[in-house]
Every structure is written in C-alpha cells, then in structure tokens.
Design a binder for this molecule. Structure first.
Ligand code: 73E
Length: 833
C-alpha cells in the first residue's frame, strides 16, 4: 500500500517538520505543553510524578525524531542488520540515560529548576524497567546501548512482560515477593497495534504431495495467539543513531473477546480464552541460572521467537533478494538457549512456507545464527520433554528429529567406530522421558558459539561441549569476554568521577573509547588529583550512607571500609561464605579487649540481591544475613567497627548508587562456576577494588589491572573436581575457624537455629559442593590484607586510580566490535551528513 505523500505536497511537510528543543527555554515550553495537553493538568496540580511524565514526553519526542530517521536510513541503505534475541532486557531507568545520551541533561536541569523542580527528584520518579533477572538481562541492555552508540543497524527482540522481576521486601528478615506492575505509565514504549503476528500452537501435521510431486508438511489446527509489537527507542550516546527494541505482547486472536461465543451465551469461555492468551506475556520467570521446565515458559519462548522471525523475514522479503543472501543481510544472536527454537522456526519457514530444499535452507539457517552460552551449571541447561514439544509444536519436533538425523549421520561418518559419541552429542537425550537438549540444538544450528569470559569459553570447550569441538573443530567456538556500558556505569552513575576524568583527559571521548582511560595512569603521582579522587569516593559513600539510613534506619560511618556484595543470591555465588566471614569477624572483635578493638579497621558489610522465590536455601541465606545484622548492629561492644546491612530490592537504579560507593566488592564464586560476572567490572570502573576468586572475568580483570590491585584468594577451577571427590569419598574436615562460626550459629546467637541448620549441613554433611570450607581460611586471610591495605589511604587511592586507568578493555563497545567482526560480519552505518 502506497502511504507516502505525493511530491507536490512534500514542501508543506518539510515546512512543518517537528524540531527538537535546543535551549532550556524551548525545553520548558515542551514540558509545560505536555503537562497541559498530554497530561491535562496545570501548574496547580503538577507534582513530581507529572513533571517526570512531561519531561519524559519531551525527551521522547526528541528520541522519536532521531529514531524515525535512523530507521529510514537503515531501510534505505539496506545493509546487514543484527538482531539480538533475548528473553531478558534489564534496562533500568530510561530518562537519565536519554538526557545524557542526547547531551541535554544540563539543559533539562536548568529548565526543570526554572519550573520549580530538582532534576534528581524527577529522575527518581521513574520505575525501573526490570525485564530481567541479573547479569544476562543487564548484558543485553548494555549491548543495546553499545550497538546504538557505535551506529550499528541493530534491533533487540524480547517479550513485553506485564510483570517484571518481583519487588523484594524484607519482613522480619525474610524475603517476601511483591508483584512488579510497571506499566502504569510508561512513556518509553510505542504500541504498534498495526504490527501483529499470528502465532500458532498445538494442532497436527499433515503430509501432502504438491503439484510438483513433492511431499510437503502442513501444520494445521490448534490455536492462534496474536503478538502485538511494542517499540522502545534506544538512543546511542553522542550520535543520532536511535535503534529499536521490539517487545511482543500477547493477546487473543478474537480481539477483545469472541463475539460469536458471547452472543451464543458462552461469555465465560470467551473471556477465559482471552485470559489464556494474555497469560503468555504476563510474567518474567524469576529464576537466574535455573531452568524449571514449565510449559508456559516454552510457550513464551516460541511465541516470542515466532513473532520475531516472522518480522525479520518480512523485512528481508521487502528487499526482493534471493534467499541465499539471507545470511548476508541478517545476523541473529541467541542470548543463551532461550531462543533456540528460532533455529527450527527459520528452517520451517524456509522449507514449509517458502518451499526451499532442506540443504539450502539449513545452510541459510546456520549462516544466520550465533549462540552465546552463559553458564555451565547443569541445573541451568535447558531441556524440554519431547512429549511437551510434540504437543505444543508438532511440526517443530519433526524438524528437530530431522536436524538430529542428518547431524548424527555425519558424526557417524566422521567417527565410524565410536557409538558412544552419538549418544553423548544427540539433540535428543534418550532418557525417561526423552528430552530435547537445547544447547546441542543451538550449537548444531549456529555458525559460532561463544562463551562470555576466557576461562568460561575454555571450560565449555573442555567439558560440556568437548565432543562438539571434536566434530566441528575449534573454530566454531570462540570467546567474547563480557563488558559494560561506561555511559550508564560511569557517566550516569558517577557524574563527578566522569567529569574529573574528562577534565584531565581534555574531553568526554573516553566514554566512546574507554581505552583512553589509560592516560590517567601518569596522574597517580598528582597530589591534587588523588585528593579529588578520594573526595569523590567519600561523597559517594556519604550518599549511600544517607540511603542506608533512610531505608534501614542504621547509621553507618562513611569513613569505614565499605564492603559490598550485591547480586542474585545463589549458593554458587557464595553469599554464605561472606556472611560466615562476617560472623568470624564479629567473634574476633568480641574476643578482643577494648584497647585492641580500637586498633581495628571499621567495616560496613553491605549485601543485596534477590532469591528466586522457589530457592529455599537462597532465602535462608538472606535470613541469616538479616539475623546477623540485627545482632551485630545493636551490639554496643562493636559500635562502628562492624555494621551488617541487607539492602532491600536490589535493582539497576540501586546499583547506580551502590557501585560508586564501594571500597571493596566481593566476587567470590566457587572457581569455575561464574561464567563471567559483570558487576565486578562496574565496581572497578568506579574506583572500588575487588576481592575475588580466580573465576570468570575476575581473571581477565587481574590481567588488566595487575595482581597488586586486586585481592584474589581460594582454590582454582582445575582443583574443584578433586576437592569435591575428596569431600565425598575421603575424610572431610571443616576449617576450624569456620567450625567456630557454626557453633556460634548453633548456640542460637542469631536466633532461628533450626532455619540455619541446612546451610551448615550443606557444608558439614552434604559434601560442601561449593567448597566453602576449603576456601574459608584464605578468604579470611585475604580480608586481613584488605584491612591492612586500606589503612594506607595514600596507597589505596593509587591502586584505585591505576585499576580504573586499566579498565578500558571492559567496555561493552569492545564486545560489540568483537561480535561484529568475528560473528556477525556487520559494519556500522553512521549518518553521512
Ligand atoms: O556469570 C554470569 C554472566 O556474567 C552468568 O551467570 C549469567 O550471565 C551473565 C552475562 O553473561 C547467566 N544468567 C543465566 N545464565 N548465565 C540465566 C540462565 C537461565 C535463566 C536466566 C539467567
């Protein structure tokens, strides 16, 4: 349909084109206009929420102009695009980010002040967009920021959950989950009621012979759920490129409800059908590093994958190119195995709908997809019962079996004498019930598989995917070490540090080329610079102390050493090791004379993070932290020497306050379990040092910042297996200091002996799978080194500056260049003025 305006009328359009505001006066005009028209309010009822809404709408208008132009340019140039498929996008707040990325925060600040508002209060009104659990979802958000900032033609595809990750409340020391209804007022999304896709579920497959005598499959019957697109503009930093994040929402195919059923008196069933359809995009599964195999989760996956692929294929077909060119125009990255059905869906579209031959279709499919693995934890590896897939997606199961057949045939040819390898690599696990192994399907259907840090990428090649390295050779496997966007995690979260750096480097260019931070290193001798550096850290700690006071009522001394562990609660991340260490510190302090105590370094131990609602042990860990806090924080012998806090509802916007305020942060997973970690990078980039194990990206952080600027401890990944074996089959002795900690807990010092007994038993009686006891001694000793190092403030600041100067590698911009080069084969598409 021709919708474009005819030539003679275009002059009028050009004359009337919307212009973005350029001054604070123009910005104010826009805000007032939005208050008065979009919100139908006036200066007599404009609260902070309304001012936030109007400010966001003013910025949204700006973004939309750039967004439209970017999309027009990308369509016109028709170069290769990247599609990032992720079930999670942990975006956090958008307004502050939009203001900074378009370079208009100062303008807005002045304008808002003139209208009677403080910009921080306005920014603080926004509800986080929390469509993710943790690192995997936040990584997707950082990648979107980098893709736009580097001018790549790229789209994100995800689900528009009505409920994001739950809000955490702590009641009597226990986690309580409250639904996160975040869509009340969301100015950042554009419903596209005209962009819909019908997604089919259930039904059956019929084989028929077509006119050419070819047997073709017809998938028929079942039910249709409609996917509606909601688009979110993603502004790049210091560039007009504004990319698109498309989130799908589900609705019943009958529209509001089925009128026929309604008229025939079957009102209830028509409403029920609508509700069933809407359920699909209703809620984010709150599990991090855990797959529970729920049917609705598989429905979510297919719904989102089918809608996204339909959209991508539709866009490709507009270019009228030959199908073989598809991989030259389209790169699709699978963020973990969650979107693996996309491989099967594209094969289905090509053979069943477009009539391509299997081999050509399969070449196109494998040329298109890349797969990122994020975890080796067995409980997180996705498997779906064959019966469930058969029921929900009968045609897809057939295609999976065919993919597997051709794959196993080729493996058999390659290794004719090895029957075992076929069982090991098969996409179908011959268990009771049979399962589809999604990681195997993802590897077979992609041209590149990558891990997210060097150790992790090596581990997958030598453990879970070892056979596939034999089959495909090492080149199919690669590493892209994770990164973070310096725009949000330095410039936005720590404006004073960002400005100090900019003043020394002469510009803000480092925000687009983080390697420039290395020019700071010569300044470690500059007294004034060091003083200012330390002052900024202190000011950030004062800000956090104020937040702690407001939210917990506890006074903390900002001069104390702030020790932070904020991340999802998981046994492998070992918050239990941390809290046992805190108890050890408490007991040590209690055993001292007042004179000895005076010589100790004051500590504030800060915890935060959510436990999956069904993860009982993680919830007990939260409970113990809170229980220890209420004893220690009220102990007069201890005073400021030790405070223990659990900060409720850790999320992206809270991380922006917490990261800049840490002196030391903890990244202490059992070696070989944390694929990368990304908060380690955020803390170091903000001038905090870290205590960590030789795991994930900690190892590369050490390589970059130098061993003197990080506190490493604990057993190495290569020794874990033997240690575990020894726990189970040898004699298992518990570290004596840890044993004392256990005794104290069991005495009831922190209440609830019963509640905490399982945590102790996991170490003492159940094989200490996470090596808490093995690492306890070196953990405690390393904390002593931290205390000692912190006494020498002069030296500490040198370490802090040196580490920041060497963090350039961990920008997510570097990741995007590596993906673009090594996996996607795409180039940026900057504006040509
Ligand atoms: O080490 C982190 C990594 O930094 C890893 O645990 C996390 O991904 C981060 C980004 O690469 C991760 N999350 C999940 N798997 N790995 C996961 C699995 C299932 C559901 C939700 C999240």
């Amino acid at each position: 349909v021709e919708a474009s305006i005819p030539e003679p009328q275009r002059e009028a359009w050009k004359r009337n084109q919307t212009a973005a505001f350029k001054s604070s006066d123009e910005f104010e005009k826009e805000v007032v206009r939005h208050v008065e028209t979009s919100l139908a309010r006036s200066m007599f009822n404009c609260d902070e929420k309304a001012a936030y809404s109007a400010t966001s709408l003013a910025f949204r208008d700006r973004l939309v102009l750039d967004w439209n132009k970017t999309q027009q340019r990308q369509t016109y140039r028709d170069s290769k695009r990247v599609y990032y498929l992720s079930l999670e996008f942990l975006m956090g707040r958008a307004l502050d980010n939009a203001m900074l990325n378009v370079g208009m925060k100062d303008t807005a600040k002045a304008g808002l002040a003139d209208l009677g508002f403080r910009i921080e209060d306005i920014i603080g009104q926004e509800h986080d967009a929390a469509l993710g659990n943790g690192g995997l979802g936040r990584l997707a958000a950082c990648f979107l920021d980098s893709l736009a900032s580097l001018d790549f033609p790229a789209w994100g595809y995800g689900l528009r959950y009505r409920y994001g990750i739950f809000k955490q409340e702590i009641i009597d020391g226990y986690q309580v989950e409250v639904p996160d209804y975040w869509l009340d007022f969301n100015p950042w999304e554009f419903p596209r009621h005209d962009v819909t896709v019908d997604v089919q579920f259930f039904g059956s497959v019929k084989k028929v012979t077509n006119e050419e005598g070819k047997s073709v499959a017809i998938w028929e019957g079942g039910e249709i759920v409609v996917a509606v697109a909601y688009d979110v503009p993603i502004p790049g930093y210091d560039t007009p490129t504004t990319n698109n994040l498309r989130l799908w929402s589900s609705k019943a195919s009958g529209g509001e409800f089925d009128f026929q059923k309604f008229n025939s008196g079957d009102y209830e069933s028509s409403v029920a059908e609508q509700q069933r359809a809407e359920t699909i995009s209703n809620v984010l599964y709150p599990n991090d590093n855990l797959e529970r195999g729920k049917e609705l989760r598989l429905k979510q996956q297919y719904f989102w994958v089918a809608a996204s692929l339909y959209d991508i294929v539709r866009r490709f077909k507009k270019s009228k190119r030959a199908w073989r060119e598809f991989p030259e125009q389209v790169a699709i990255q699978l963020n973990d195995t969650h979107p693996t059905l996309a491989i099967v869906e594209l094969q289905r579209i090509l053979i069943d709908v477009e009539g391509l031959e299997w081999d050509l279709a399969w070449e196109i499919v494998t040329g298109t997809f890349g797969y990122t693995n994020h975890t080796v934890l067995p409980e997180a590896l996705e498997k779906w019962p064959v019966g469930l897939v058969q029921h929900l997606l009968p045609r897809h199961l057939q295609i999976i079996y065919d993919i597997n057949l051709f794959f196993l045939q080729s493996v058999e040819k390659q290794f004719p004498d090895d029957r075992e390898i076929l069982t090991r690599v098969s996409i179908i696990e011959e268990s009771q019930p049979k399962m589809v192994r999604m990681a195997h399907l993802a590897i077979v259907g992609s041209h590149k598989v990558n891990g997210v840090a060097e150790l992790h990428s090596d581990l997958i090649k030598t453990t879970i995917f070892k056979d596939f390295v034999e089959i495909y050779g090492p080149d199919r496997f690669t590493n892209v070490t994770n990164g973070i966007t310096p725009r949000r995690w330095l410039h936005q979260a720590n404006p004073r540090l960002s400005e100090l750096i900019a003043s020394k480097l002469g510009s803000h260019e480092f925000l687009k080329d983080l390697s420039q931070l290395n020019k700071l290193e010569v300044l470690v001798q500059d007294k004034d610079f060091k003083k200012e550096w330390a002052e900024i850290k202190f000011a950030n700690k004062v800000r956090l102390a104020k937040y702690i006071k407001e939210t917990t009522g506890v006074n903390v001394n900002p001069s104390a050493l702030f020790d932070v562990q904020v991340k999802r609660i998981h046994e492998y991340k070992r918050q239990q090791l941390n809290i046992f260490g805190v108890i050890h510190r408490y007991l040590t302090l209690k055993a001292m004379t007042p004179a000895e105590r005076k010589k100790q370094m004051p500590r504030v131990s800060i915890f935060g993070g959510k436990a999956a609602p069904g993860y009982w042990m993680a919830k007990q860990i939260i409970h113990l932290i809170n229980a220890v806090g209420s004893v220690v924080n009220n102990d007069e012998d201890i005073g400021d020497l030790l405070k223990v806090l659990f900060l409720e509802d850790y999320n992206v916007s809270k991380a922006e306050i917490i990261c800049p305020a840490s002196d030391i942060s903890e990244h202490i997973s059992t070696a070989g379990t944390e694929a990368s970690g990304t908060s380690n990078m955020k803390f170091v980039l903000n001038g905090g040092l870290i205590i960590g194990t030789c795991d994930g990206a900690n190892i590369e952080i050490t390589r970059e910042v130098g061993e003197n600027n990080i506190f490493l401890f604990g057993n190495l990944a290569e020794d874990v297996e033997d240690l575990r074996h020894a726990h189970t089959y040898g004699s298992h002795t518990i570290d004596p200091d840890l044993a004392k900690v256990f005794e104290e807990i069991q005495k009831g010092t922190f209440g609830s002996v019963h509640d905490f007994s399982a945590m102790i038993a996991a170490v003492k009686d159940h094989g200490d799978y996470y090596l808490v006891s093995d690492d306890f001694h070196s953990y405690i000793e390393t904390h002593k080194l931290v205390d000692e190092a912190y006494r020498n403030q002069e030296e500490w600041v040198v370490k802090s500056i040196t580490a920041v100067a060497r963090m350039g590698f961990f920008s997510s911009d570097r990741c995007i260049y590596e993906y673009a080069d090594g996996i996607w084969n795409v180039e940026p598409l900057p504006r040509r003025d």
